[in-house]
Write a protein of this length. Structure first.
Length: 399
């Protein structure tokens, strides 16, 4: 029987990371390569159309024509800082993060065109966990956005293209913390792994449709500071994504995801996960919009006991709406639902609201409140204050 707390955490024995040593090495390498000294463009383009990598042909973006790459503006440098303050109500079960203001995460990254065929990305993240800092290689991959036959590919370590929220870094979320279903079935941040994905933009459909297949090591799941254990089978993913334009100001994107993950060394123990997501956007003005997103996940856990083969089904969803009512201000609300069949089908619920001030595309300040309603126990309340900024380059937002 599985018992969930509001903010479930993992305890892993490891040596604390020394941020001073990491920063010294990072700055030294940057100076030697001339990246920090070179001029960096802080321009960010906003996207109001679908962000399929196949649709984004490699035109411009540092290319001087033909097969020549302009190295003067390549690679781009990014530093993203995420700060979060948490206040827990008097009747709330406390965690190590409650009732304090902390620097939750800092990301350092480089990205740019390698040549006329591929792009490269390196992203290193430093996490604050219970007062200790740890460094992770979040992403390091080759991206081949335009291949013959409408194909594209990505090889390396990166966030899996599964569902909606997992394709965004945490500082790009509309809310400060993960929904219940994402936190408990996926991770507090997201699932990234080492492997490859191949996508195909279907040419004969009257709307944009992409089919993507992936295979990954599957030695860990979610955020982890260890290399995990070798599994008898890899982690397989499949994704179908569609986009339909409803005019110049409206559009809808919807899709489905399937993955199979062996969660230990026994080949008979694995997860079958299926998800569905939908996002609708309506531009109410030149700098204002309304967005509605809903994402659902179901996980079938297969395991073997002395009595034979067993299975447990777990499901949940979240749905949120965000309204950018002024050029710098937006507000939103989210509803969460999570049900563990192993707990007699009883459900947990959560509601949250927030307001965000975004003076530019490179910073924002957010105030949020949430009510957690577990099926066992009393309601819990939390308030969040979030402040994020980005230095250097930031790519266009996905649809």
């Amino acid at each position: 029987m599985t018992t969930y707390t509001k903010r479930q955490t993992r305890t892993i024995e490891r040596k604390p990371f020394q941020p001073k040593n990491f920063l010294k090495s990072f700055i030294a390498v940057s100076l030697l390569t001339g990246i920090i000294a070179s001029p960096i463009s802080a321009q960010e383009t906003e996207s109001s159309d679908i962000d399929f990598s196949e649709v984004e042909a490699s035109q411009g973006h540092g290319s001087t024509g033909g097969n020549v790459i302009d190295r003067a503006s390549n690679p781009n440098v990014i530093v993203a800082a995420d700060m979060l303050g948490i206040y827990a109500g008097p009747n709330t079960e406390k965690t190590t993060e409650d009732n304090q203001f902390l620097v939750r995460e800092v990301e350092f990254g480089y990205s740019g065109y390698v040549d006329h065929l591929s792009q490269g990305t390196l992203l290193i993240a430093m996490h604050n966990e219970a007062g200790q800092w740890y460094a992770d290689l979040h992403e390091l991959y080759f991206d081949f956005p335009v291949l013959p036959g409408g194909l594209n590919a990505k090889v390396g370590r990166f966030f899996l293209d599964m569902g909606r929220l997992n394709t965004f870094h945490r500082h790009d979320w509309a809310f400060p913390v993960a929904p219940l279903v994402h936190e408990r079935l996926i991770d507090k941040e997201g699932v990234f792994d080492t492997g490859g994905e191949v996508g195909w933009l279907v040419p004969f459909m009257p709307f944009y449709q992409e089919i993507k297949l992936g295979a990954f090591n599957g030695q860990t799941w979610g955020h982890s500071h260890s290399s995990g254990v070798r599994k008898p089978q890899p982690l397989y993913t499949a994704r179908l994504k569609n986009f339909i334009s409803l005019g110049q100001r409206q559009g809808i994107q919807f899709g489905g995801t399937y993955l199979r993950f062996p969660y230990n060394e026994d080949v008979s123990n694995y997860w079958n996960m299926a998800g569905a997501d939908i996002t609708y956007k309506f531009e109410t003005g030149r700098k204002t919009y309304v967005e509605w997103t809903t994402e659902y996940w179901y996980r079938d856990e297969q395991y073997t006991e002395e009595t034979g083969k067993q299975s447990v089904g777990i499901q949940g969803l979240y749905s949120f709406i965000e309204w950018k009512f002024l050029s710098d201000w937006s507000t939103g609300a989210r509803f969460d639902f999570f049900m563990d069949d192993a707990e007699s089908g009883m459900a947990d619920y959560e509601e949250s609201i927030w307001i965000t001030f975004r003076p530019s595309e490179f910073s924002y300040f957010r105030l949020s409140g949430e009510r957690y309603d577990p099926y066992a126990g009393q309601d819990e309340y939390r308030a969040y204050v979030q402040a994020d900024f980005i230095l250097g380059f930031h790519p266009a937002h996905k649809y």
